[in-house]
Structures are given as structure tokens and as C-alpha cells.
Ligand binder design. Structure first.
Ligand code: GLN
Length: 538
């Protein structure tokens, strides 16, 4: 019998519900149970792929090519396992399926309604996702905040699941904020009390409440939350601010959350082993050296736009025993003269050219790339980063004036980056890019090969454009070379030889999505290692 843990959120969004969900999943996984996590997003988009990062944060790409919510990234990184498209359910998918069934006449003349048809479809998608992952326990996070209109059908569906599969097979955990009043320093539980009341009005009585607070919950706050939340005090858990997100499972575990959950679900208690995670956290805290890395992109005002890249840098930092300090560089500000490339970049020890779409900020990135290349600063280009590094080399080394990607300048005389053949003629944007993991063959003797230590690697993709095969001979030479191809001959990695530059490499893929604390990305590890050497040299 599958067990379900449903996580709802209260008071505010962005209180760390995704990390709490990932942490609970981790705690249970660490006891040898097979767990999976599902994120529900109550928006009407079918997936996150068509959304601007400013709206939604990073679009996380799964192995099977799903364009998902960034919480899937948290789940994968905490659980150290791959999830798929099916782990992210949206209102768009639910309605899409219901409307298709209606058109096919599957509802046999019935009037199609939110209850039972939409709620039935939600339950089917949740159950399918957990079954597909072969999990004993499914942790389901309902996005948004209790009380949102669009979240109601999902809350109704999980309420029904409890009735169907029974009290002992379901658990409701509510995560909410306890703000601290600045003037008095007091922990205020009233907003959380209200969101619990709202949940109960819908028919859901939480079994556990996790209170997010800047400081550890005091006894009085716990008592109040328990009383008004109608639950025992030992089911009120304090989740206070931490230095590293991987500490959250440890904090929850210190309050016996794992045993309490298993007990509530009637599962046998088992020994837990979180030593790997604990060691990672301890190592991070012990680091006393820093290295400054520039992140160059156009969504730098919302850090969540590049969440996996930031995480990948941290993982690589721990393996190199150094803390990466990020210097955000807004490429549109380089373009409009607000930032001076030399001033911004001369003091950094390394740089990442961030992924991106569209013309805005691209020329700013190209200027930064030229500076990094000419000044021997370790540089890693990701996806759009690779494309612009090729454009920069074509223009400034190969003399191809106005060389460009046709995405940015359709009339360029040198279309060194062009739309992939398979993309031509597509008229739909959603889910049509080259998405997901593909095999890459690395060339022996290259930096890429040395970093990965193997010939065949799989990285995830999300792009429409690529290095134009017609320009390969004109651009690549003894210094700038192709270091990896896809099985069908597409350019996947480029680099400068290490005779020319200490570390200058780019990939058409997104290695950040596979970086984990338990297995940091080789490219990010290499970047931090090179950046550290540069620092020592200076
Ligand atoms: N805009 C580029 C393309 O579609 C790069 C995409 C990206 O950086 N993810 O190919």
C-alpha cells in the first residue's frame, strides 16, 4: 500500500516549502524507504517552459526533457536521484486531459465538472506519478498558499485521497511562516493560526505543522500553534533559518520528524543515516577561503533564475574547499554603458556565461567574453554562453565582422549559430526545444575529457540553436577546438587549448541540472579549481 504525505503552505509563498518537502523526502529515504516527490503547480501553463524566469524562477529540465518547476531541482539534489516530467503536475495538464476526454466522449453524456471530473484527474495524475517511480511513499507538495482560488481543486483532491486510502496511509503537513515583529522581537503565530483554520475549513486537519521562523520556535509559540492548530505539541516542528539548505533535514531530524512521520503512517521505525549530508554541511561550514566568480546574464535581479547554477557552484566549492562568492553582472548594463567590463571583471577569479534567450543583453555578454578570453580568466559557458563564445571568436579572432546567431540577427553575414534543422517550421513554443539528456562523445586529449574522466557523458539540453555546421572549418583551429559531439555530429563542447588559456570551455548542454552535493558537476569543479589557481598566481 502506497503512503501519501501531502505538504501544504500557509501565510506566504517562498517560505521554503520546496526545501521542506525535499528534506522530509530525504529523511525518509535515509531510512531505506523508496520515496518520490511530486510538485503541484496550480497555474494554467502546461509546464514551466513558456514562462519568463522573472515570473517563475529557473525552468528546471529533467532527464526525460520535462521543463519543470525549480522545486523538482531541489528534490533531485536532496534525493540524489533523477525525477521526470510526471513529477510536476499543473492545472494546465489536468484541464488539457479533461477537455481531451470530454471531446472523445469519454464522460458519456455527463456534465463535466470540477468535482468529480477535475478532482478525479488530479488524483489519477498523483497516483500515476508515484506508481511510475515505484515508490512506497509519495511526498506531494501543493504549490501556492492555502486560500488561493486556483489551489482549491487540488486541496479537494487530496482530501478525497484520504477518504479513499484511509487515515493511516495519508498524512497532511502544513508549512507556514511565523514572522518576528521587529520592534519587540516577538514570534507571531496568528497568521499561521489563520492559515490552519482556512485549511480546516476546506476539510483538512493537518497532522504536523512545520513553522518557518528566523529563530528557533520558543515554547510559548509551540503551545499556541498546537492549541489553535488542534494537534499535539510534539507535532509542531521548528524550522528556523540555516546557513546551508542541506542543514534543514538535520534540523528536522533533531526533532525526530522522521520517526514521528513513520509512526503516524504505521510504518516500522528504521535507523537513519544522514552522515553524508552532515559531512557536506560540516565541510561547508569549515571552509575559510573564498573565490570570486562572476555570473554574467540578464536575469541577475532575480537570483532564482539561475538557482541550479548557484547550487552547482556551491557543490564544486565544497569539493575544492573554497566558498564561491558570486559577483552578479547584468549584461544589459554592460550594453547600455552602466557597467565597465574591465572594472567589473579584472578582479574576479572566474566567470560563468549564463544561458539565455533573445537579443537583450547579448552584446554585453559578448564584450565580457572578449575580456575574459583575452585576460586568461577561467570561463565556463553554458548553452547561450557557448553560442556567444563562438560568435565572439568568429568576430574578434577570425575577422568575421558582424558574425552572429540568427536568433539575434537574422540578417548576419556570418550565421555561425543557426536554428537546428529539426526546429525549422515549428510553430509551437511549448515543449518543442531540444530537451532532456542526450549522449555526448568527448574527444580524447581535451580539457572536457580530462574533467569528466570518460568518453561518453549524458547532459541535459534546452535549446533551439546550435553551432552552424557550415562554419566549423572556418572557426575552429589549433587553439579553439570542438571537444565533444552528439552522436549525430552536433557541436556539444568547445574550448581553448590550455596552451592558449588556462580554462576556457563551454557546453551546449546544461550541466548545472545534474550537479548534486553527492556528485558535483565536473565542469563546475574544474572552473572553481582553475579560479583558485588564478587567485594564487595573482
Ligand atoms: N537561445 C539559445 C537557443 O535557443 C540558448 C538557449 C539556452 O541558453 N538555454 O538555442
Amino acid at each position: 500500500m502506497v503512503k501519501y504525505i501531502f505538504i501544504t503552505g500557509g501565510v506566504l509563498s517562498s517560505v521554503g516549502k520546496g526545501i521542506t518537502t525535499a528534506s522530509i523526502a530525504k529523511i525518509i529515504q535515509s531510512r531505506g524507504y523508496n520515496v518520490t516527490a511530486v510538485k503541484i503547480d496550480p497555474y494554467i501553463n502546461v509546464d514551466a517552459g513558456t514562462m519568463n524566469p522573472y515570473m517563475h524562477g529557473e525552468v528546471f529540465v529533467t532527464e526525460d526533457g520535462g521543463e519543470t518547476d525549480l522545486d523538482i531541482g531541489h528534490y533531485e539534489r536532496f534525493l540524489c536521484k533523477n525525477l521526470g516530467k510526471h513529477n510536476n503536475i499543473t492545472t494546465g495538464q489536468v484541464y488539457w486531459n479533461v477537455i481531451q476526454k470530454e471531446r472523445k466522449g469519454r464522460y458519456l453524456g455527463k456534465c463535466v465538472q470540477i468535482i468529480p471530473h477535475v478532482t478525479d484527474e488530479i488524483k489519477r495524475l498523483i497516483k500515476n506519478a508515484i506508481k511510475k517511480d515505484g515508490a512506497d511513499i509519495g511526498i506531494v507538495e501543493i504549490g501556492g498558499t492555502v486560500g488561493d482560488i486556483e489551489g482549491l481543486p487540488f486541496l479537494e483532491a487530496i482530501r478525497q485521497i484520504r477518504i479513499e486510502v484511509g487515515f493511516n496511509n495519508t498524512m497532511f503537513i502544513h508549512v507556514g511562516l511565523v514572522p518576528i515583529l521587529e520592534i519587540t522581537g516577538e514570534q507571531k503565530t496568528k497568521p499561521l493560526q489563520h492559515s490552519i483554520q482556512e485549511l480546516r475549513r476546506i476539510g483538512i486537519q493537518p497532522d504536523m505543522i512545520i513553522a518557518r521562523c528566523k529563530t528557533k520556535l520558543i515554547k510559548e509559540s509551540i503551545s499556541k500553534i498546537a492549541l489553535y492548530g488542534n494537534i499535539p505539541e510534539d507535532m509542531v516542528i521548528s524550522s528556523h533559518n540555516v546557513e546551508v539548505i542541506y542543514e534543514v533535514p538535520l534540523i528536522l531530524e533533531s526533532q525526530n520528524v522522521g520517526d514521528k512521520i513513520l509512526n503516524r503512517l504505521g510504518l516500522e521505525p528504521r535507523k537513519t543515516d544522514l552522515s553524508e549530508l552532515r559531512e557536506y554541511v560540516d565541510r561547508w561550514k569549515r571552509i575559510n577561503r573564498e573565490v570570486e566568480i562572476a555570473l554574467i546574464g540578464k536575469y541577475t535581479k532575480l537570483r532564482d533564475s539561475y538557482l541550479s547554477i548557484i547550487e552547482a557552484l556551491k557543490h564544486a566549492g565544497v569539493s575544492n574547499n573554497v566558498k564561491p562568492i558570486i559577483r552578479w553582472i547584468e549584461s544589459t548594463d554592460i550594453e547600455n554603458g552602466k557597467l565597465d567590463v574591465e572594472e567589473e571583471l579584472s578582479s574576479v577569479s572566474g566567470a560563468v556565461i549564463l544561458p539565455g534567450f533573445g537579443r537583450r543583453g547579448a552584446e554585453g555578454k559578448i564584450r565580457a567574453i572578449q575580456f575574459l578570453r583575452e585576460n586568461n580568466i577561467p570561463t565556463l559557458g553554458i548553452c547561450f554562453g557557448l553560442q556567444l563564445m563562438v560568435v565572439e571568436y568568429a568576430r574578434n579572432v577570425k575577422g568575421m565582422e558582424r558574425a552572429n546567431s540568427t536568433e539575434l540577427d537574422p540578417g548576419t553575414p556570418y550565421p555561425v549559430i543557426d536554428l537546428m534543422e529539426t526546429q525549422k517550421g515549428l510553430d509551437e513554443y511549448g515543449g518543442t526545444m531540444r530537451l532532456g539528456a542526450y549522449k555526448i562523445l568527448l574527444e580524447e586529449g581535451t580539457l572536457a575529457y580530462r574533467l569528466y574522466g570518460q568518453k561518453e557523458v549524458y547532459e541535459r539540453h534546452r535549446h533551439r540553436y546550435e553551432v552552424n555546421p557550415k562554419y566549423i572549418d572556418a572557426i575552429f583551429d589549433g587553439d579553439f577546438r570542438i571537444a565533444g559531439y552528439s552522436y549525430d555530429g552536433r557541436v556539444e563542447f568547445v574550448e581553448l587549448t590550455q596552451k592558449t588559456h588556462p580554462f576556457y570551455i563551454a557546453t551546449q548542454a546544461h550541466p548545472e541540472f545534474k550537479s548534486r552535493y553527492c556528485s558535483p558537476s565536473p565542469l563546475f569543479r574544474g572552473l572553481i579549481e582553475a579560479a583558485q589557481k588564478l587567485k594564487i598566481r595573482i
